[in-house]
Design a protein around this ligand. Structure first.
Ligand code: GLA
Length: 455
């Protein structure tokens, strides 16, 4: 099962586990990036709904061409003995994907938590620090060009820490890459962003103005992280371009959203993927991300939306991010059905925010029993991922929404999709509140050790 040689080549296209990883060439014409000279106006004509409004949206100046980026097959990474009981090793071997975790800013000053991140994972998603409300801030700061000036201070502190760690690591499988989360979302985006003069007391802007703001936002983000002089260049391997645009009832449009209130259609989603394609280098994988991702009506709606995005020749979408905020009634049958549906419309699938809410009626007393049930559910999910891999379905990462039970967002009530109601103790992750490995950890890493192993 081990391989000796490390495959590290400059490639343009690497066939990997039945999927094609397209990589940007210097010329920009060998990847999936759509650098077409087709104007936004032309694309607009192919879109429904925004005709007069989006028609005048202008490309705000292309970023410089990117250098060729090396893409490796995780199943070719080299490991040594110290990696053997890690999630990143297990995932690379089992399905050729990354092991990810969400990390908040507060974790940087928590040595034990960061030790888990650095020992176990090779993909990090910032919990809040790359979201629009962090970059845009509570109060608008408007530049001379009339667009909000973004502040990258907070995410950059985290990226510096990751970069410092990566610089000390020789092994590629141990290096931490970043999932950018998230560019366009109805939640955690300041309301002023949607209003005339950036003033919530004024009406919503028209679609054309909103598209110009969206384009400028995405451009600034890409320029900061991928621009020629960016010290973070190459650290981000995927972006959630749009989060949660589909509703839970019939898979149609989410309407409790200021994006919806400006557009009254899914067109803003399509445009987000046009702009992301325009400004992101081709090695960055572009994702649509959502929860309730295994519900048949919602997954149908998501696939329909993905088809709409794909019908626009200026847009690029590479992957579906299944948030995976599941519970103990998780159905591996529904999971497999949904993944297969997504695989029919995108190149890759990632589970982007995985956690498990506790059993109904769990009163927090018999933790061992609940831990074991949880391990069994996680194992059924992992078995499904492995069997999908056998079918050639490319799942390229499993990302947990937190390191340990103490710091899970599920511990308190929350109105967000996939949340908990705050009425019972939760133990959703792989490490307990004292950072000890739980049976769920072993369900992924070595299921011959269902009990926590003596260290
Ligand atoms: C959604 C978002 C995440 C996070 C969770 C709650 O799933 O995508 O960024 O806010 O809600 O923690």
């Amino acid at each position: 099962m081990k391989r000796d040689g490390r495959m590290k080549q400059m490639v343009t296209v690497l066939a990997m586990a039945g999927m094609a990883f397209a990589v940007a060439g210097c010329s920009g014409d060998s990847g999936t990036r759509n650098d077409s000279a087709q104007t936004a106006e032309t694309a607009d004509a192919q879109m429904s709904g925004t005709t007069e409004a989006a028609g005048e949206a202008q490309e705000q100046g292309a970023l410089p061409e990117q250098e060729t980026v090396t893409v490796q097959d995780p199943q070719e990474w080299e490991w040594d003995a110290q990696d053997k009981e890690t999630l990143r090793y297990a995932f690379a071997e089992a399905f050729g994907g990354r092991a990810g975790v969400c990390v908040p800013m507060a974790a940087l000053s928590d040595g034990e938590r960061m030790a888990i991140v650095k020992e176990q994972f090779n993909s990090v998603t910032m919990e809040n620090e790359m979201k629009p409300d962090t970059l845009l801030g509570n109060k608008p700061v408007i530049g001379e060009d009339g667009f909000p000036v973004l502040s990258f201070t907070v995410p950059d502190m985290m990226l510096k820490e990751i970069k410092a760690y990566n610089d000390t690591e020789g092994r590629d499988g141990r290096k931490i890459m970043v999932r950018g989360h998230v560019l366009v979302w109805h939640s955690q985006t300041p309301e002023w962003f949607f209003h005339e003069e950036y003033n919530v007391d004024k009406p919503y802007v028209d679609k054309q103005t909103m598209l110009a703001r969206m384009e400028n936002y995405i451009r600034q983000v890409m320029e900061h992280y991928e621009g020629e002089d960016s010290e973070y260049k190459g650290m981000i391997y995927a972006w959630d371009v749009v989060n949660e645009a589909v509703n839970d009832t019939d898979g149609g449009m989410r309407t409790d959203s200021s994006w919806f209130r400006v557009f009254y259609s899914f067109d803003y989603v399509e445009w987000a993927f046009v702009y992301a394609n325009r400004y992101a280098p081709a090695h960055i994988r572009l994702f649509y991300n959502d929860y309730n991702d295994i519900h048949p009506k919602k997954s149908d709606g998501i696939c329909k939306l993905i088809e709409q995005i794909k019908s626009n020749p200026e847009a690029r979408i590479d992957g579906m991010g299944m948030q995976g905020h599941y519970d103990m009634n998780f159905s591996d049958v529904l999971f497999k059905q949904s993944v297969r549906k997504y695989a029919a419309v995108v190149d890759e699938i990632q589970i982007t925010e995985l956690d498990l809410k506790a059993s109904t009626g769990f009163d927090g007393t018999d933790m061992e029993e609940e831990y074991q049930k949880q391990a069994d559910v996680y194992k059924s999910l992992y078995d499904a991922v492995k069997s999908l891999k056998q079918e050639g379905v490319p799942i390229t990462a499993i990302v947990f929404w937190g390191t340990d039970d103490r710091h899970s967002w599920l511990q308190s009530a929350n109105a967000a999709g996939g949340s908990a109601d705050g009425t019972r103790v939760q133990c959703p992750l792989l490490f307990d509140k004292d950072y000890e490995k739980k049976p769920a950890f072993w369900a992924f890493v070595d299921d011959s050790k269902p009990e926590p192993a003596a260290e």
